[in-house]
Design a protein around this ligand. Structure first.
Ligand code: MRU
Length: 364
């Protein structure tokens, strides 16, 4: 998608064919900083510190992390050490485990001399596949937006509410939750996006707003607590959010606060959709609340906010009393019963075991 009119992906390989490049999302929207990943550790740290984040991009970065690790140690032990380092980086997004399992499978029994080349090619293929998946999610989600648009007066926008950043910055390109919005824009359907700020790290205010602004999609940033009020007043036509892990029964784990939006949507009869690539489905679990590991991050993300001062400096300021403890749960689980549908690359599934199995029948 576009930054200042120039197409970017979130991760790519430099012209030297070796260095992996990312956009450092910790300094957006104030600075466009490109960072080089040169070894396993820089890839792992980029995920841990959220220079890259969002479930699909975490998986893709981990895949490149394996390739970078093999440059130093292409042995079987080297592969396992890289996988062990990377799986510890963030616990909730299941795309991480999916990508690492995929890399292990592709590299198994391959000659050492070919492993780097194979790993780089596989990581690139994971990225390319994600772009196509997001495009397909956009096509299927577009039908939902079109259905709302048909009920509107000519020129009246379809109002979509989204939470966190499940846009192109969270994937390789196009995004999951934002893909239907971009598809609608390309078709000339007027859309407007309500962007939840998404405390504590403000992925909505900083990242979703940034990407919609550069893509010239009309949008409005709102405080996290505003969505319910907007829904009560008919100002939201549908919610579309992303997910870090969806159980085989359709429970959706996503950025903290998603559950509260789903409750408000249910109470107000607003459809609540979740957009996801099938790589985000965890087929091994069925009860999201009991079984998805919820990342707890440093309290400082909550107690300290950073922003740009009028003279252009980035400053960090504390907003809570020094002595008050803070808890920083990063994700919550929205039960399937609150989800109107799962927008996947194969179509919109009912949020249930049967709905997902119908679109993704077990192999073999
Ligand atoms: O903690 P983050 O910023 O990695 O959380 C991201 C989200 O919650 C996204 O909604 C999710 O990963 C889906 S990305 C297409």
């Amino acid at each position: 998608m576009l930054i200042d009119g120039r197409h970017h992906r979130t991760i790519w390989v430099a012209d030297d064919g070796v260095t992996v490049r990312i956009i450092d999302q910790t300094v957006l929207p104030h600075e466009l900083r490109i960072v080089d990943l040169v070894d396993l550790e820089s890839a792992a740290v980029a995920i841990e510190t959220m220079q890259v984040r969002g479930a699909p991009l975490i998986g893709a970065t981990a895949a490149y992390g394996v390739a970078l690790a093999l440059r130093e140690d292409p042995s079987d032990e080297g592969i396992e050490a890289a996988l062990a380092r990377l799986i510890r980086t963030r616990p909730t997004a299941v795309n991480l485990r999916w990508a690492l399992d995929d890399m292990r499978r592709v590299l198994a029994n391959q000659p050492r001399g070919r492993r780097v080349e194979l790993a780089m090619a596989r990581a690139a293929a994971i990225c390319d596949a994600d772009v196509e998946i997001c495009r397909a999610i956009g096509t299927h989600g577009l039908a939902l937006i079109e259905a709302v648009a048909r009920r509107k007066k000519p020129g009246e926008p379809v109002n979509v509410l989204t939470h966190c950043n499940a846009g192109w910055l969270a994937t390789i390109d196009r995004g999951t939750a934002t893909a239907p919005v971009y598809a609608a824009q390309e078709k000339g359907i007027p859309v407007h996006v309500w962007v939840d700020e998404t405390r504590p790290r403000n992925q909505g205010a900083a990242l979703t707003a940034f990407e919609l602004l550069h893509q010239e999609v009309p949008h409005t940033v709102i405080a996290d607590n505003v969505g319910g009020h907007l829904m009560q007043h008919g100002m939201v036509d549908l919610c579309i959010v992303g997910t870090d892990r969806t159980t085989r029964t359709g429970d959706v784990c996503n950025k903290i606060g998603t559950y509260l939006k789903a409750l408000a949507a249910k109470d107000n009869g607003v459809p609540f959709y979740v957009a996801l690539p099938s790589t985000t489905i965890d087929w091994t679990i069925e009860d999201g609340i009991a079984e998805v590991p919820i990342e707890e991050r440093a309290a400082e993300e909550l107690t300290v906010v950073s922003g740009r001062t009028e003279d252009g400096r980035i400053e960090r300021v504390r907003i809570t009393p020094e002595g008050s403890p803070a808890a920083n749960y990063a994700f919550d689980v929205t039960p399937a019963r609150l989800v109107s549908g799962l927008i996947t690359e194969r179509g919109v599934a009912e949020a249930s075991a049967a709905g997902l199995a119908a679109l993704f029948p077990p192999e073999g």
